[in-house]
Write a protein that binds this ligand. Structure first.
Ligand code: FRU
Length: 502
């Protein structure tokens, strides 16, 4: 049972109790949005993976459904790992990884989107033998060069133990699945493509892309999507070393923009770039909506991080859904417009000159949406504290000399103590949009150009939002704050938020 809901989210997807990690099976089925997740219902620690399940009509109000998959078969005896979902002929197909001595891909099908039957033909995909991949492997540009050497077919085979997280999509009447893997020598992550006419019989097509220098030793949770006429590959690579302010976490997710050639299955692409600058974002999954938008949800936590909510009987949430757009050759993550339907009371303050720490009427809370439009040209260094209390606060700061924006949780309360930052291009204004939700803050800058997803663990009484100029003034064009409605059922037996007496 969730013992205490001090950190339990109001509108981010979380499990009713227990541990969650990756989003899985994010799809539209019979007009509703389904989201599954890696789930260990019996404790707030990772354990044999099940698939938890929520459903929504609008992507922001979610209902819990019964557990969709449990590890019952020998081929998944160590868990039903990540995978994806697709609708075909009125049925919902889940394609997921069975974790056992080797990893294989498996199928479960449902007529009602609630009860799933595993295919008697499982596993439906096994790691390819070297003979099978030889052809694709020698095709340019999957042969790669490193330090003046070309790598041989031996180093290019697929590692049977790390072969997981199938993401399925349809293109021109055929089904494709991209699967995460690495070379047999464990040195390079790679994404494999399979194809099928019926979702049941699959053939290996290609190694679509492989890690170049410092692009990871294993690629988890690959996703292909069409965004603004371009193909985008999103991966969750292990083993990428930090580069400046990027890739600082135990693991981080990234993207590459390019073009898939459906004839040979090769993805020609640009370099890997970071998707989220925060401390807690991994294994995102994408889905393409009927209206053409490509929406992403990520796991809002981090492997190996301290998770104080485990003391309350649960661990991990999902991020808010984000629409992906390509602008200026980069991938932007924009909170989906449906999130505005969660807004309750709101206040707006305009044209403010801040010279000393200032609270604004109606701008505070343990949850809510904060929108700030800063006149950067006329402002000096500044900070905005959220979840501020007597002895703690999470700081959003801007340093004018270096154009550096940071989210700092060294004094946020319990949990990890660190900060993340990004250097902004010079501009006259800065638009900050922050979603605050009991144990998290998600900060979007300039319409999704940069995002910081950060978990924080303040006291319930720390509800303040304080605007401050460090030495001089902070000019705010506009500040809005909205209280937000419940988006995920609250755990039973929990108490309503304690409000500060004003
Ligand atoms: C990514 C991941 C996946 C795997 C799942 C297991 O976070 O490691 O590769 O399928 O989690 O829970």
């Amino acid at each position: 049972m969730v013992e205490n809901k001090r950190w339990y989210p109001l509108y981010h997807v979380a499990a009713p109790v227990g541990w969650i990690n990756d989003p899985n099976g994010f799809c539209t089925y019979k007009g509703q949005y389904h989201l599954f997740y890696q789930y260990h219902p019996y404790s707030p620690q990772w354990g044999p993976m099940h698939w938890g399940h929520v459903v929504s009509k609008d992507l922001v109000h979610w209902e819990h459904l019964p557990i969709a998959l449990k590890p019952t078969e020998p081929y998944e005896k160590e868990g039903c790992f990540s995978g994806s979902a697709i609708e075909r002929d009125g049925k919902l197909y889940l394609i997921y990884t069975g974790n056992a001595e080797v990893q294989t891909q498996n199928l479960a099908v449902s007529d009602d989107g609630i009860n799933f039957e595993k295919s008697p033909d499982n596993p439906i995909i096994k790691a390819p033998e070297s003979d099978e991949i030889r052809g694709a492997d020698f095709r340019d540009p999957t042969v790669w060069e490193h330090d003046g050497k070309f790598y041989s077919v031996i180093a290019s085979k697929v590692h049977g133990g790390d072969f997981r997280d199938p993401k399925v999509w349809e293109h021109d009447g055929k089904y494709y699945a991209v699967i995460g893997s690495k070379t047999t020598d464990g040195s390079h992550g790679q994404a494999l493509i399979y194809e099928s006419d019926d979702l049941k019989n699959w053939t290996f097509k290609s190694i679509a892309a492989r890690a170049k220098e410092n692009e990871g030793t294993m690629w988890e949770c690959p996703n292909f999507a069409k965004i603004g006429g371009q193909d985008v590959l999103i991966i969750s690579p292990m083993g990428v070393n930090p580069v400046g302010n990027k890739f600082l976490n135990a693991v981080d997710s990234g993207y590459m923009i390019g073009k898939i050639n459906y004839k040979d299955g090769i993805f020609t692409r640009g370099a890997l770039d970071l998707l989220d600058y925060g401390t807690d974002f991994y294994a995102p999954q994408l889905t393409q909506l009927a209206d053409g938008r490509c929406v992403m949800i990520g796991w809002f936590a981090m492997w190996f991080a301290d998770m104080p909510e485990q003391a309350d009987g649960w661990a991990g949430t999902m991020t808010v859904p984000r629409e992906l757009k390509i602008k200026k050759g980069k991938l932007f993550s924009v909170p989906i417009e449906e999130l505005e339907s969660l807004r309750l009371d709101g206040v707006t303050h305009s044209k403010l000159t801040i010279t000393e720490p200032t609270k604004l009427d109606g701008v505070e809370g343990t949850t809510g949406e904060l929108i700030v439009d800063v006149n950067l040209a006329k402002s000096d260094d500044f900070s905005i504290s959220v979840r501020a209390g007597e002895d703690e606060q999470t700081l959003l700061t801007y340093d004018k000399a270096t154009s550096t924006f940071a989210v700092d949780r060294t004094n946020s309360g319990e949990g990890p103590k660190d900060k993340r930052e990004v250097q902004l291009s010079p501009a006259n204004t800065l638009k900050i949009r922050a979603f605050i939700d009991r144990s998290s803050v998600e900060v979007f800058l300039n319409g999704g150009e940069y995002v910081f997803s950060m978990r924080i663990y303040p006291k319930e009484t720390s509800q303040g939002i304080i605007f401050a100029s460090r030495d001089g003034k902070l000019i705010l064009n506009e500040v809005s704050f909205y209280k937000l409605a419940e988006g995920i059922p609250q755990p039973e037996g929990s108490q309503p938020d304690r409000q500060i007496a004003s």
